[in-house]
Design a protein around this ligand. Structure first.
Ligand SMILES: Nc1ncnc2c1ncn2[C@@H]1O[C@H](COP(=O)(O)OP(=O)(O)OP(=O)(O)O)[C@@H](O)[C@H]1O
Ligand SMILES: Nc1ncnc2c1ncn2[C@@H]1O[C@H](COP(=O)(O)OP(=O)(O)OP(=O)(O)O)[C@@H](O)[C@H]1O
Ligand SMILES: [Mg+2]
Ligand SMILES: [Mg+2]
Lengths: 162, 163, 162, 163
């Protein structure tokens, strides 16, 4: 069992480093075990050094940078084991246009092995999806869901919606 | 293996029976603030056995039952059903289609169903673990806090699910 | 001193209720003191009932609804005392198009008595502002700031930016 | 009364002297992720006397000094200066223009200046309190946590600033 954990950990750490390079166009990252001898109790430390910057505490990173680091870890975990289903609720909320493009490209790539359901307010993400569901409240306090096409959605968004 | 259908009834802002049919690809859920998008995600996580009411933004079990509006009485129970295509045998069951459902009553009881039969929560949990589906990949509306800001010990759980 | 606090509190509570009605097109809200006899130690409870919904714990509200409630409280505090300077760092991040419109309208209104500096990724908010500053990193790790006009910004956003 | 100018030197990602001239109206700050927008806001809050490094996303005082890049050596000090138009006498001083500045050295010392003269932190704090400027209205990149998710006791402080 410990072999499994350590082997998985090494793979995820390697994928995490690679994923940070992809999402930030460079830079470096590490996952390390706080207690390698005790896989049942160990914690996992995350350190990141972004291009052109010194290695710094995660706290000093920007809102969008932290979101990208979190996504890098998620995609690294998916590289180790492609879970069939993944829900992402506004994971792109903090990202600028360029980073949303990177996020969408990764979803298409990992989407071959994992079914993604993404909640979003971003049009780039909507355009990337295969199917679109619009949730609305025609009656106060009561949700309804419609299967939408992108052209319908643009009208919906432009209309004075609730 | 993929989720083909979600059926929600009486869950949060879905008092009436609502069905969504999912493609094999990527689905995006959109709509105004407060319309029910995260509630939809909560329904999926709840049907997959989520036990933490905090993770579903509530405090007690009945918080997921439709609370009523001036025009509609509150609900007395809720049911959410997930249907999966299992052609590739990811679920270790000899069935091409698998359905997992959960019911809760305002009194607090929870029931779990597999293909229409009452089972225990741990049966659902075992089945999902075998299929590689875990709550670790259900990311709520606070990505960074959920994935990064955890204590180092909690991060290990994410990794164990990937092992 | 206690009179001041209680008088202020009553006013802010009234303004908060009014502001929630403005931002949600209805509904009700309350601020209440947990310990009215001890203004130096009291806490402040917030309860909200949105249109068409039952009074619920703040936790059950959506991301955008919580942001609007927070903004309602901020604008209520500004109604009680118009502080000269207010910084808002991506306060609109969780809001949909309609709510950003409401947010911008309130900024213009309160902007007569308060100087707002808003950090944003949203074009509606950018269009509402009187002045626009673009921050970028031509050299890695080094910020530079340019005073921009909206037409310049659209090109900037469309160009493959960092 | 309004902020007319911000001058940043050696603060976080601003190693060289940077000046911003503000209008009397609403200013929007835009740019890509990680470009330095929140760092700009941090500089303003820091110059206004913010004592909590946590509020500025750091741990120790030197975390706001430019940390260096492969091409540039790290800084040994930082200074941020704010210039205010005081024609309406909001600041209780007989001056049409007021400048508040703060310096910090990598060694950890902090200095506070009012119109070029060394003063104590509490002098700056008193002046800002008289003018009605408070950290309560400096909202960082986590609106809901900062304004709503506080414990009931912390909310009172917001109210006291408005009194
Ligand atoms: N048990 C319940 N009964 C009725 N309404 C509920 C219940 N639980 C939550 N709600 C309501 O659901 C609404 C929140 O819905 P949800 O979180 O799905 O919005 P959302 O579409 O994700 O919005 P956003 O874009 O702002 O995140 C709240 O107004 C809340 O009052
Ligand atoms: N003392 C310092 N020296 C050098 N770089 C620093 C220092 N402190 C923080 N940084 C860097 O500043 C960057 C964050 O900048 P900032 O938070 O201003 O971005 P932002 O423009 O607000 O982005 P976002 O839109 O994602 O919120 C991080 O990459 C961090 O490494
Ligand atoms: Mg939501
Ligand atoms: Mg920022």
């Amino acid at each position: 069992i410990r072999q499994d954990f350590n082997a998985t950990f090494q793979q995820v750490a390697a994928d995490f480093r690679a994923m940070v390079k992809v999402l930030f166009d460079g830079g470096d990252a590490d996952l390390s075990l706080t207690d390698p001898e005790n896989p049942d109790q160990t914690g996992i430390e995350i350190t990141v050094r972004l291009p052109g910057k010194r290695r710094q505490a995660l706290s000093l990173l920007s809102g969008g940078e932290k979101a990208l680091v979190a996504l890098a870890l998620l995609f690294a975990l998916l590289s180790a084991r492609a879970t069939p289903l993944c829900l992402l609720d506004e994971a792109d909320a903090m990202l600028d246009e360029t980073n949303i493009g990177r996020f969408c490209k990764l979803l298409r790539e990992y989407g071959r092995d994992t079914q993604f359901l993404v909640i979003t307010h971003n049009r780039g993400t909507m355009e990337m999806a295969d199917a679109l569901f619009g949730v609305s409240m025609a009656e106060e306090g009561v949700s309804q869901v419609l299967s939408l096409h992108l052209e319908e959605l643009r009208e919906e968004l432009l209309a004075p919606a609730g | 293996m993929y989720l083909t259908q979600l059926e929600i009834h009486g869950f949060k802002t879905f008092p009436t029976r609502t069905k969504l049919a999912f493609p094999q690809g990527i689905a995006a859920i959109v709509g105004p603030n407060g319309s029910g998008k995260s509630n939809l995600a909560d329904a999926i996580r709840w049907a997959l056995g989520e036990q933490s009411m905090l993770a579903l933004r509530g405090r007690k079990s009945e918080d997921v039952v439709f609370a009523g509006t001036p025009r509609r009485a509150r609900g007395s129970m809720t049911e959410v059903a997930l249907t999966f295509d299992n052609e590739d045998g990811t679920f270790p069951l000899e069935l091409a289609e698998i359905s997992i459902a959960r019911r809760a009553y305002r009194s607090g009881e929870n029931e779990y169903l597999l293909n229409g039969n009452r089972v225990r929560l741990r049966d659902i949990q075992q089945l999902l673990a075998d299929a590689g589906i875990g709550q670790g990949m259900m990311i709520g509306q606070g990505l960074v806090d959920q994935v990064l800001a955890q204590r180092p010990e909690d991060r290990r759980i994410l990794l164990e699910e990937a092992a």
